[in-house]
Design a protein around this ligand. Structure first.
Ligand code: ASP
Ligand code: MG
Length: 412
């Protein structure tokens, strides 16, 4: 008997019918002789709606209250799914994140899981119950309710899989796998049979919304095989593992893009060495995720510096920087909104020179201005104007011939 973790995303539990359908996929695994822990998201667009409700009251909601509000979404789903399982004659128990023993750091809205106390889940499993756990939520050491960041139910699923020693973690969603790019926008995007943890981690970090980046990190650190598959159709999904031999070794495996990027520029930073360290530690202490960083020496005694962040973090970043301006020792602060990031990812890049050159060339031939660049061994990212984002992704996808020989049907 194996233990399987199944995770159903918002669209896969978006209505009573869909919850019943998800229940039937759970029951199938149980009939195959497995123990099952199910992790669920909030129904459909519930989380967005809750955020809208809060926005109707204040544009600066207290983060603790916000977590209190958002965690109710997942609680609706666990109870309904558990009822669906029981009405089919199966024994089940619904658990909030804290009941399932998910402990996190003391940070609201994007906490990391620190430990999972599995006793209660294990007891329920040994009594023959299906355990239905609310994704995206946990509790810190002060018994405060926390959330793991948008899309965080994936992370709950993988973290449970790792701590319970599951054989597999299956992420059920409204797409049937991981694609070379987003098939809703990019012509010729096709489903990948397999992809490595590292490539998936880059893609997830670069805006491929199909998986929460931290979920991939957990899977990699625990060598947990992860599949992304359709909750509606019974077809193979994409297998994510250490080294993917399922696809011929493509130099570029995928093209990712993400809008709402801002470039912040700090001018007149006095002491380069300690200045850089203190700027980025100040931002990090305030949980602001900085992405691409470019430093350029403008004058003999001072430095200017640009970095990119997500637009949603701009206000907080500006506030934090201005507040510490004197201590950090810079003269002024500027920013540019309306930017986007377009990136390519592939393990094959390590041993194939000229990949970045091909990307830049096809962008310049199409008159696309590149504002920032960053690279790692297996990715190249560019920052462009928002209005160039989709066009860039398409021409890059075409240029590296990522389209299928037999294209998968386009999703609408
Ligand atoms: N419900 C949360 C969200 O919409 C968490 C998740 O679905 O993973 O972001
Ligand atoms: Mg998701």
């Amino acid at each position: 008997m194996s233990l399987i973790i199944q995770k159903f995303g918002g669209t896969s539990v978006g209505s009573v019918e869909k919850i019943q359908h998800a229940a039937s996929r759970v029951i199938q695994e149980v009939r195959n002789g497995n123990q099952v822990v199910v992790v669920v998201s909030a129904m459909g667009k519930t989380t967005d709606e809750l955020i809208r409700l809060a926005a109707g009251i204040t544009d600066k909601p207290n983060k603790r209250d916000m977590d209190m509000l958002l965690t109710t979404g997942e609680q609706m789903t666990i109870s309904l799914l558990s009822m669906a399982l029981q009405s089919n004659g199966y024994n089940s128990v619904s658990m909030t994140g804290w009941q399932a023993g998910i402990q996190t750091e003391a940070v609201h809205s994007k906490a990391r899981i620190t430990h999972i106390e599995t006793t209660r889940m294990k007891e329920a499993l040994s009594c023959g119950k299906i355990v239905v756990v609310a994704g995206f939520q946990g509790m810190d050491m002060n018994n405060e309710i926390t959330t793991l960041g948008r899309g965080g139910s994936d992370t709950t699923a993988v973290a449970l899989a790792a701590s319970l020693g599951a054989a597999r973690c299956d992420i059920y969603t409204d797409v049937d796998g991981v694609y070379t790019s987003d098939p809703r926008y990019i012509k010729g995007a096709r489903k990948l049979e397999g992809i490595s943890y590292d490539e998936m981690l880059e893609l997830a970090n670069l805006g491929a919304g199909v998986l929460h980046p931290r979920a991939v990190e957990y899977a990699k650190n625990n060598s947990m095989p992860l599949t992304v598959r359709s909750s509606l159709e019974k077809i193979e999904g994409t297998l994510i593992e250490e080294v993917s031999n399922l696809e011929e070794n493509l130099v570029v495996r995928g093209v990712a893009f993400e809008g709402d990027i801002v470039r912040v520029t700090i001018v007149g930073l006095k002491n380069e060495v300690t200045g850089l360290a203190s700027i980025f530690s100040t931002l990090a202490e305030n949980q602001i995720n900085v992405d691409i960083i470019i430093q350029s020496r403008t004058e003999i005694d001072s430095t200017s510096l640009s970095f990119s962040i997500k637009e949603e973090e701009l206000e907080e970043a500006l506030q934090v920087l201005k507040q510490h301006q004197t201590a950090l020792g810079f003269s002024s602060l500027d920013y540019e909104v309306g930017l986007a990031k377009v990136s390519i990812v592939g393990s094959g890049m390590v041993s194939n020179p000229g990949v970045a050159a091909q990307m830049f060339q096809c962008m310049s031939q199409n008159g696309i201005a590149i504002k920032m660049v960053s690279t790692s061994e297996i990715k190249v990212s560019t920052v462009v104007h928002m209005e160039d984002m989709l066009r860039s992704a398409q021409i890059i996808h075409d240029s590296f011939s990522l389209e299928a020989l037999q294209p998968y049907p386009q999703l609408t």
